[in-house]
Ligand binder design. Structure first.
Ligand code: FPP
Length: 235
């Protein structure tokens, strides 16, 4: 695909969804679905940044996901450790800066440690940002921001959106395009503040099968949208 003529979303957000159903369709365990999602995440992450996305936010674990079976949660924690420790060269090789959004509690201590070490290791990388939303909830992020604003004795009467944004987990640009795979049409508490003016795209494909071609298709769809930000169409 010729990318030179295309507008690329500066901030792309993906709700990684459908790993479980992908596995079920193949008679595999849910855990195998996450393994396949994990492999694909690395492929798509690299591709998106190569195509000019500057910030890629990935919803890999919501606060609600802790309600899943113990076996599934601990497998996901193992995958996080694998990616943040064993695969850390992936981020260095691709010059990717890693950020995280989410609460600490009740993440295991070793995951928190690996997470923080990866942020430190990659902090000077300049080839784009991956923001892992892990143990993340959009409402929790807003509540946490309000608490930090209160602790900083900010004058609430003069509070504006720009200042508020600085108190979110990371001060990132607004999301331009939000993709949720697997045909589910919900936001599920993902980047509530940052998604305010995002374009939404809901492909049917389940995340382990979300290919580079599907990514290209999403970019084409995005290019056909008319973003007005509440104003009038320029067309
Ligand atoms: C949603 O599919 C996916 C998740 C809850 C986990 C996403 C995690 C990964 C892709 C692997 C680990 C990631 C990193 C960063 C190492 P689902 O289980 O809700 O699928 P279903 O709706 O079909 O059941």
């Amino acid at each position: 695909m010729d990318y030179s003529e295309l507008k690329i979303p500066k901030h792309l957000a993906i709700i990684v969804d459908g790993n479980g159903r992908w596995a079920k369709e193949r008679g595999l365990s849910r855990l195998k679905g996450h393994d396949a999602g994990f492999d694909n995440l690395k492929k798509i992450g690299e591709y998106a940044l190569k195509r000019g996305v500057e910030v890629l936010s990935l919803y890999v674990f919501s606060t609600e996901n802790f309600k899943r079976e113990e076996k599934e949660v601990s497998h996901l924690m193992d995958l996080f450790l694998l990616m943040f420790k064993k695969d850390k060269n992936y981020f260095m090789r691709n010059n990717i800066k890693v950020l995280f959004s989410g609460r600490n509690e009740p993440l295991p201590k070793n995951v928190i440690k690996a997470r923080d070490e990866l942020v430190e290791l990659t902090k000077n990388n300049t080839g784009g940002i991956i923001n892992f939303c892990m143990n993340y909830g959009g409402r929790a992020e807003i509540i946490d921001a309000v608490k930090k604003i209160n602790a900083d004795n900010i004058d609430i009467n003069n509070l504006d959106e720009k200042t508020f944004s600085k108190y979110l987990y990371n001060d990132l640009p607004d999301v331009d395009l939000m993709i949720r795979t697997s045909g589910e049409l919900r936001l599920s508490n993902f980047l509530l503040w940052q998604n305010s003016y995002a374009e939404f795209y809901f492909p049917e494909v389940k995340f382990p099968d979300f290919s580079e071609k599907d990514f290209d298709e999403a970019i084409l769809v995005y290019n056909k949208r008319d973003r007005r930000f509440g104003g009038h169409s320029k067309k």
